[in-house]
Write a protein that binds this ligand. Structure first.
Ligand code: ATP
Length: 254
């Protein structure tokens, strides 16, 4: 369980001024929950995620994972960001094995497990390719496989599909959901996509303003496993999408 308590972050800017990115954010994310974070550009979504990842330090408040205060990255938290973050000089297989190797898994075993994950993200035939030889969607699948391969209890995703075309994005959303339904890790997923958030999540948090604060938390009470073609005909799904869109429109007008 992730407990975010009265979290605030004020940056010292390069101009010598202070900039408060988020203020007084409190959230509880139960184990195994898929939570998305929506909000206007600049409201602090990435900042929040980076603090949970241990890449940034909070100015006020705290983040606890199972009661332990987080202030550094750890193997319990895996991240996938928009930039695919693959090592260009390593093959896809070595990239995916990398996270495991970092945890002391011997090379042969790490590569065996990496192959299993490449199979799960349908990249087995590309194991010996370099990242530059893959499409954007394939690189992002490789990045997801690299993170999931060491089975982090918590998965932090910052607009992981933001740079992809609509068709690839839909395919990767479905793929991610399939993997998550097997792993059931706790996910914090930052997105600008309302439909993406509703399709994937158990709960959606809408942040508002600058500094970012919690505007509303919406529980997504839709059955799983989720089948997109069925959801599109589900009136509750439509209502969630309209409600969240209208919150974002109100934010944009504020
Ligand atoms: N290192 C930094 N130094 C100073 N200000 C920063 C720093 N990182 C982020 N900020 C500021 O904090 C605010 C929140 O940024 P953040 O990237 O968290 O927003 P976001 O909601 O993820 O935005 P977007 O949706 O556009 O990606 C912004 O005003 C940004 O300028």
């Amino acid at each position: 369980m992730i407990a975010i308590e009265q979290l605030g972050k004020t940056f010292q800017t390069a101009r010598g001024t202070e900039h408060t990115a988020i203020r007084d954010i409190s959230l509880q994310v139960p184990e195994g929950q898929f939570m998305s974070i929506l909000g206007p550009s600049g409201c602090g979504k990435s900042t929040l995620l980076y603090i949970v990842g241990g890449f940034e330090q909070a100015t006020t408040g705290s983040v606890k994972v199972d009661g332990r205060v987080i202030n550094a990255p750890g193997p319990d938290r895996g991240s996938v960001f928009q930039e695919y973050a693959l090592f260009p000089w390593k093959t896809v297989l070595s990239n995916v094995a990398y996270g495991l190797r970092e945890q002391g898994v011997p090379k042969a075993q790490a590569e065996e497990k990496a192959m299993l994950w490449l199979d799960k993200v349908k990249l087995k035939d590309y194991a010996h390719f370099y990242p530059r030889e893959l499409s954007g969607g394939m690189r992002q699948r490789a990045a997801i496989a690299r993170t999931l391969a060491y089975e982090p209890a918590i998965l932090l995703m910052d607009e992981p599909f933001g740079a992809l075309d609509a068709h690839t994005r839909l395919k990767l959303q479905t793929g991610l959901l399939g993997l998550w339904e097997q792993l059931k890790n706790t996910v914090l997923f930052v997105t600008h996509g309302v439909e993406e958030a509703v399709y994937l999540s158990d709960r959606v948090v809408v942040l508002s303003g600058t500094p970012g604060t919690v505007r509303e938390i919406v529980d997504i009470d839709l059955p799983r496993p989720r089948v997109r073609s069925e959801l599109l005909r589900n009136s509750r799904y439509q209502e969630y999408v309209i409600h969240l869109e209208s919150l974002l429109v109100a934010e944009a007008a504020a």
